[in-house]
Design a protein around this ligand. Sequence first.
Ligand SMILES: Cc1cc2nc3c(=O)[nH]c(=O)nc-3n(C[C@H](O)[C@H](O)[C@H](O)COP(=O)(O)OP(=O)(O)OC[C@H]3O[C@@H](n4cnc5c(N)ncnc54)[C@H](O)[C@@H]3O)c2cc1C
Length: 376
Amino acid sequence: MRVVVVGAGLAGANVVEELRERGHEGEIVLIGAEPHLPYERPPLSKDVLLGKKETGDATVHDADWYSEHDIEVHTGTEVTSIDRERHLVVTSAGEQPYDVLVLATGCEPRRLALADGSGRPVRYLRTVEDSAAVKQALTDGANVAIIGAGWIGLEVAAAARLAGAQVTVHEMAALPLVGVLGPEVAERFAQLHRSHGVDLRLGVTVTADDLAEADVVVVGVGVLPRTALAEAAGLDVDNGVLVDAHLRSSDPDILAVGDIANHLHPVLGRRLRVEHWDTAIKQGKAAAATILGADEPYTRLPYFYTDQYDLGMEYWGSVGPDGYDRVRTTGDFSGAFRAWWIRDDVVVAAMQANDWDAADEMRASVGQPPPAESGP
Ligand SMILES: Cc1cc2nc3c(=O)[nH]c(=O)nc-3n(C[C@H](O)[C@H](O)[C@H](O)COP(=O)(O)OP(=O)(O)OC[C@H]3O[C@@H](n4cnc5c(N)ncnc54)[C@H](O)[C@@H]3O)c2cc1C
């Protein structure tokens, strides 16, 4: 069986690794448009910007590892179409036949015309090259305008303040991260950034005038799943490639994993597309299991983390469209902090900040009755 993986990011790397781990002896081909071997993106908006890590430190495996595992890797090679009838993909360097195809093409930053037309230097942040360009702009005294107070915008804001830049963040919503965290916890992130000297402008629509003085504009207004290939091939696509519990698309010989997969989650009982590091790894491995015939549906709950200034936080679960009735919190952001989002007396999501020993307990609390009010 010849397995071809399109997209040499974290999810793609984990598919090929797990195939060999599980003893697959057939041919494996990994094709990626970037000129690099698969690497992890989280450090690009954290330690790389802070000068604590080089971009190369985040490479998943070096070239020797792929040759030792007999995995054919084509970097700098874009797949331009899928021919489902002939079971092959067309690339910028020729055709690649497959028995099983895995799509792991990830996401790309949503562009903002207002920023692009502002006449100021504009940066997005997805690749190692983007990260190097943002890092260069974060200098002492620089005027940095950030559009979007999501994870990327806030992590860049923290790195920029630590570099001594003047930072303005423009956000349409009433609070940063409010869509994910709700107002109770989002408010703490607003306070965190204001206490570090960020000019946080909430509930605003940014204008060209707002950007006129900026030395650099960093845009972090979300990402879009790269589904063009899947759509052109006639796969079912709706906010990502639709996949079943085992990560199979509407074509049983094609799977999708990571940021592009809109997965039917068997535990949550609804579709979910997750743009996080842990999902890219674990879905990559789960897809390999499916390919090799294992009946192992992907049941893991979403998990993500962020680092901003001295705050490190982790979050498990998914509140989803039904929302939550209440949030229970303990502690505060300057010390150890915990939060539980609760619906119908069940914890639907939990987080810890600077309370690393709590991680296992918080993860286990999701899906359970909330902890007693007299608890920790
Ligand atoms: C700056 C940054 C910081 C982040 N920090 C965190 C964090 O702290 N915590 C967290 O949980 N998550 C974080 N994430 C999210 C996490 O990195 C992503 O969820 C993860 O990278 C998704 O992996 P993926 O392999 O699905 O997609 P990607 O990483 O996007 O990789 C897809 C690859 O496919 C290639 N590709 C696309 N189309 C084609 C084609 N037609 N032919 C060939 N190749 C193609 C792309 O070039 C790309 O290399 C961060 C992301 C970024 C950008």
